[in-house]
Design a protein around this ligand. Structure first.
Ligand code: UD1
Ligand code: CA
Length: 449
């Protein structure tokens, strides 16, 4: 059975109090829209159609960023959820499979739940995702007769007896494309909100003798985001779930509540994550690696047997081979650190390659930026870079070579050579004592005066 997704993302999200379109607010470093698309993408849809309106250009760009094959359609005026789905009509031309309608602001619907809906489709024409609400509030209510779903009543239009129903509409609906479009054509807007309700298709389906039913899921899955507070609490839920999943897969965390993860964070079995570590998007930590306390990582790859931190920062393009040591107050950006290399203290390594087993002394800086352009630093294997070396890129230091402490390297260093570039030391006998007494005398005079 082929599947098309129609994702509604035209709404304004007034209650977010934001200039950013609601579906572009992030959870775990990814826009809400991506979360909505992610679990449905596991169904391998043939088409994904995103309906945009408010902030359309930004929302379309984000949708295409997730999947370049997405078809974006505009809903210029937000006349209701049925009207929104109808904007996908042309994009569904000659599509003969099932359509699943999702909301861009509802990030937690699981693949399993969508699969359960598709399974129910085998014996029903229309399937709605419902949930038993702890507080049904203003949700649409599902009016059932046994397993048959008779109609959905929007809160604004509901009588007291309907409002007493606790089974609510999540908004997710699945039907054959032709059935859905022909039902939508009949939806009017004669209701309390004056909107075209997608939910009206259930009553219309029953009137035609079609069969509708509801599949239910946990309320937590159907959580929609309407305000900053809801976004913050959804972020907390996301973090709890992601930590739990990693721990269950064998990751060691002493203080899980202090570790912050992204939607795409990958951490291998037996890796150890100490407290207060932040994983921005794009990080992979291999099995058995150790990330010590207070690190910030983004777009980085740490191989097995490596140690990072405490207090280290890995920026995009940081690529650590096996058994690498990155120590405290070290920043690595766009750099390949080969097997067994060490950068242990207070260094900046950017736009660089560091060969296997080389040791980078404390306070070493790759001076990669000339104010206009970035340049590369290449260091060979088994080399020793003395403390406080400034590597003025572009520059190459060969294999088995050395730099003396505090050297400013401006020329390439051949294999096996040692570079020294600093002024020679002179000692002035007795000078320190003389200077001390001079300064003390001066201070004493100031205090008196
Ligand atoms: C909708 C359902 C309600 C359900 C609830 C679950 C209808 C009529 N009501 O109500 O039964 O319990 O969701 O959260 O469907 N959107 C558009 N274009 C529009 C209108 C909405 O793209 O013209 C999008 C919104 O951006 C949002 C989604 O559709 O992502 C839902 O719209 P919203 O206005 O929040 O619907 P509710 O009133 O919450
Ligand atoms: Ca809503």
């Amino acid at each position: 059975m082929s599947i098309a997704l129609v994702i509604l993302a035209a709404g304004k999200g007034t209650r977010m109090e934001s200039d950013i379109p609601k579906v572009l607010h992030k959870i775990g470093g990814a826009p809400l829209l991506h979360h909505a698309m992610l679990s449905a993408s596991a169904l391998e849809p043939d088409r994904t159609i995103v309906v945009t309106g408010h902030g359309a250009e930004l929302v379309e760009a984000a949708a295409l960023d997730f999947d370049a094959d997405v078809i974006a359609v505009r809903q210029d005026e937000q006349l209701g959820t049925a009207h929104a789905v109808l904007q996908a009509q042309d994009a569904l031309d000659e599509f003969n499979g099932d359509v699943i309608v999702l909301y861009g602001d509802t990030p937690f619907i699981s693949t399993e739940t969508l699969e359960a809906m598709l399974a129910a489709r085998a014996s029903h024409d229309v399937v709605v995702l419902g949930f038993d609400a702890a507080d049904p509030g203003r949700y649409g209510r599902l009016i059932m007769d046994g397993t048959a779903l008779l109609r959905i009543v929007e809160y604004k239009d509901a009588k007291d007896e309907d409002r007493a129903v606790k089974l609510c509409n999540s908004g997710v609906i699945c039907a054959a494309s032709s059935t859905l479009l022909s039902l939508l054509a009949e939806v009017g807007n004669d209701n309390a909100a004056g909107e075209y309700y997608l939910t009206d298709i259930i009553g219309l389906a029953n009137a035609r003798g079609l069969k509708a039913t509801a599949v239910t899921c946990d309320e937590a899955e159907t959580l929609g985001i309407n305000s900053r507070l809801e976004l913050a609490s959804a972020e907390a839920t996301f973090q709890t779930n992601k930590r739990r999943a990693l721990i269950e897969d064998g990751v060691m965390m002493q203080a899980p509540d202090t570790v912050f993860l992204s939607f795409d964070t990958i951490i291998g079995r037996d890796a150890e994550i100490e407290p207060n570590v932040i994983f921005a998007p794009g990080v992979t930590i291999e099995s058995g690696a150790r990330i010590r306390a207070f690190c910030h990582l983004e777009g980085a790859h740490v191989s097995r047997g490596s140690t990072v931190g405490p207090f280290a920062r890995l920026r995009p393009g940081a690529e650590l081979a096996e058994h690498v040591h990155i120590g405290n107050f070290v920043e690595i950006k766009n750099a390949q650190i080969d097997e067994g290399a060490k950068v242990n203290h207070l260094s900046y390594v950017g736009d660089a390659e560091i060969g296997a087993r080389s040791n980078i002394g404390a306070g070493t800086i790759t001076c990669n930026y000339d104010g206009v352009m970035k340049h590369r630093t290449i260091i060979g294997r088994d080399s020793f870079i003395g403390s406080n070396t400034m590597l003025v890129a572009p520059v190459t230091v060969g294999h088995e070579s050395m730099t003396a402490t505090a050297t400013v390297v401006t020329k390439n260093v051949p294999d096996g050579a040692m570079a020294i570039a600093r002024t020679e030391q002179t000692n002035k006998d007795g000078f320190a004592r003389k200077l001390f007494s001079m300064l003390r005398a001066k201070k004493a005079k100031q205090v008196k005066g």
